[in-house]
Design a protein around this ligand. Structure first.
Ligand code: HEM
Length: 215
């Protein structure tokens, strides 16, 4: 079965939306770090208490990441082929693409690399963190990891790559589902930028807070 271009774009958009759902839920959980160890560890314990449900959510997330990457690669290949076919007759508009669009493959790659480092940092790490004889668990692990300014800086770079990626992704999703017009385009671009920047700043507040408070 051969999928149409628009169907592929819809798969990229829907899988992207699933990832954004995770990103916002993960952000709200992680902001509990500002409330202290009890609130943060209680949230992590709650997630782990979900057992099989957590695994269903994890598998859904892995599926969304794979679909997003596979169908993006297919669309890029298709577009390249179409450009080659038209090249002799139609002017190439590549220079008109925004910076966020041009950087999409790079920001996508930084996000992938970040996720691998991030899982090694927290998910696959030992979560016992004894400080002055007290076990601060996952909260302590996040603090001891991000109090290193280099580690914190790497996180902030990754957060801004995510924000930049989202700032294009947001408008792309709206356009894929035909929800915008030429007239509403400037507003849509502004909303996308605000959304991407908002997510980047909200996430970056965590390593910034840790470095400023626990150095
Ligand atoms: C400063 C920002 C962040 C902090 C402090 C943070 C913290 C954590 C922690 C502590 C865990 C382990 C949870 C556990 O094992 O119970 C985790 C898991 C995870 N994080 Fe983050 N995270 C941050 C940003 C992000 C971002 C931006 C992404 C996505 C690009 C992300 C993706 C993930 C994924 C996929 C997992 C695995 C979830 C699972 O095992 O169910 N995180 N994060």
């Amino acid at each position: 079965m051969k999928l149409s271009s628009i169907r592929k774009k819809q798969i990229v958009a829907v899988s992207g939306l699933a990832m954004v759902g995770f990103l916002l839920a993960h952000l709200s959980g992680n902001l509990l770090l500002f409330k202290g160890p009890e609130a943060y560890n209680a949230y992590a314990d709650f997630l782990h208490s979900l057992g099989p449900i957590l695994w269903v959510l994890r598998l859904g997330l892995i599926g969304a990441v794979l679909l997003h990457i596979i169908f993006t690669v297919l669309i890029v290949k298709e577009n390249r082929q179409a450009r080659k076919d038209r090249y002799a007759v139609v002017q190439d508009h590549r220079n008109e693409r925004s910076l966020a669009v041009k950087l999409m493959p790079y920001t996508g790659f930084v996000i992938l690399a970040y996720i691998i480092i991030h899982l090694l940092d927290f998910t696959f790490a030992d979560k016992t963190t004894i400080i002055n004889g007290v076990d601060y668990g996952l909260y302590g692990l996040v603090i001891t990891t991000l109090r290193n300014p280099l580690h914190a800086a790497a996180y902030i770079i990754a957060m801004f790559s995510i924000g930049f990626h989202l700032s294009h992704a947001f408008q792309s999703v709206v356009q894929t589902f035909g929800l915008s017009s030429e007239k509403s385009r400037p507003k849509l671009m502004l909303a996308s930028l605000v959304f991407g920047l908002g997510v980047a700043l909200a996430y970056s507040s965590i390593p910034l807070y840790v470095v400023a408070t626990f150095r």
